[in-house]
Design a protein around this ligand. Structure first.
Ligand SMILES: O=C(O)CCC(=O)/C=C/C=C(\O)C(=O)O
Ligand SMILES: [Fe+2]
Length: 330
């Protein structure tokens, strides 16, 4: 099966609290390269792994992961709202395939998604309805978290199931790497906040605007150095990227939840979306990381990474020879 992968961080602060022009230009270049990589691969299906930030999933039921056969975006932080172009038939095939391979997958017939899903679709494809997609929520925000080995198992099962589709499949992992943005925590939350995290009352536009402004202010404070949030951890981020680049995915089974939180911060668990995507690609065979970009960007409260990968054979066989070529910065 022709396959490819893009891992890309997201941040609600992009465009709202931007870093210096040279940093922005470097990110733009990495994203432009990723777009060229996608254009050269020409996927006809995207399997998108991403977290949620209490817009679609709440503590009334909080699955570790969930595949959608239909999905609607809420339009938080200025991201696009409305239906995603979900390929329902492919979604059902992947769900059946993952379940048949022993992964207890939750399935949603109408999933609500936020900027975690929408940003990569907008940045890489220009909109949320531009390419057939199978959205797969991976909890990276709401403790407690299960073992990382189960995320690898999910990604592997989906990757194996995708091989039955006879499609050109691009796996995308959205989120991470190390970052500790002000996402609410249930443990110790005041009753009103806890109730919102459990029940998921849709915010009024005013409440949403106030919440988003709070995150923007937190980004400014963080970049200014006055904050209690955990620092971005470039050493951990490079370790994570080295693990993916080296194809050592089995290593992640030993990554504990505590270690990931301590090294990667409260939202470092979003790295699970990358793990699932790489496991899916690895299920199709040996792969090579074909590009890798990383910058710690305090303005976005993000260890910000963009990476691409291809099955090793595919890389050797011609994608690099296509007009436009592949970015090659392994
Ligand atoms: O304040 C809230 O209720 C939500 C804040 C929020 O959604 C923050 C999101 C941050 C990221 O998605 C990120 O940095 O990965
Ligand atoms: Fe996030």
């Amino acid at each position: 099966m022709p396959a490819a992968l893009v891992g890309i961080s997201h941040s609600p602060l992009i465009g709202k609290n931007d870093p210096a022009p040279d940093v922005l230009a470097a990110v733009d270049e990495a994203v432009t390269d990723a777009r060229a990589f996608i254009a050269a691969f020409a996927p006809d299906l995207v399997v998108l792994y991403a977290p949620d930030h209490y817009n679609g999933f709440f503590y009334r039921e909080m699955p570790p992961f969930c595949l959608a056969t239909e999905a609607n975006a809420v339009g938080d932080f200025g991201s696009a709202a409305g239906p995603l172009s979900v390929d329902g038939e492919a979604a059902r095939t992947l769900a059946d395939g993952a379940l048949a391979r022993g992964v207890d997958l939750t399935v949603s017939a109408r999933m609500t998604v936020d900027h975690g899903f929408v940003q990569p679709l907008q940045v890489l494809f220009g909109g949320i309805d531009q390419v057939p997609v199978v959205p797969i929520f991976v909890n990276g925000v709401a403790a407690p978290f299960g073992p990382v080995s189960r995320i690898r198992a999910l990604g592997t099962a989906i990757g194996l199931a995708a091989a039955d589709l006879d499609r050109r499949v691009l796996f995308i992992g959205s989120g991470g790497l190390s970052h500790d943005p002000p996402v609410p925590i249930l443990a110790g939350a005041p009753p009103r906040v806890a109730d919102g995290l459990i029940e998921g009352h849709p915010p009024t536009p005013e409440q949403r605007a106030r919440g988003e402004e709070r995150v923007v202010q937190a980004g400014r404070a963080y970049a200014g150095g006055s904050t209690s949030m955990i620092a971005i951890n470039p050493a951990w981020d490079e370790l994570v990227l080295d693990t993916f680049a080296g194809g050592r995915l089995e290593d992640v089974d030993a990554w504990t939840v505590e270690w990931m939180g301590a090294e990667g911060g409260g939202s470092g668990h979003e790295t699970r979306a990358w793990i699932a995507a790489f496991a899916s690609l690895a299920a199709t065979g040996a792969y090579s990381m074909t590009s890798r970009f990383y910058r710690p960007i305090p303005e976005w409260i993000a260890g910000f990474a963009v990476a691409t990968a291809l099955p090793s054979g595919q890389r050797d066989e011609g994608l690099t020879a296509r007009p436009g070529g592949l970015p090659s910065k392994p």
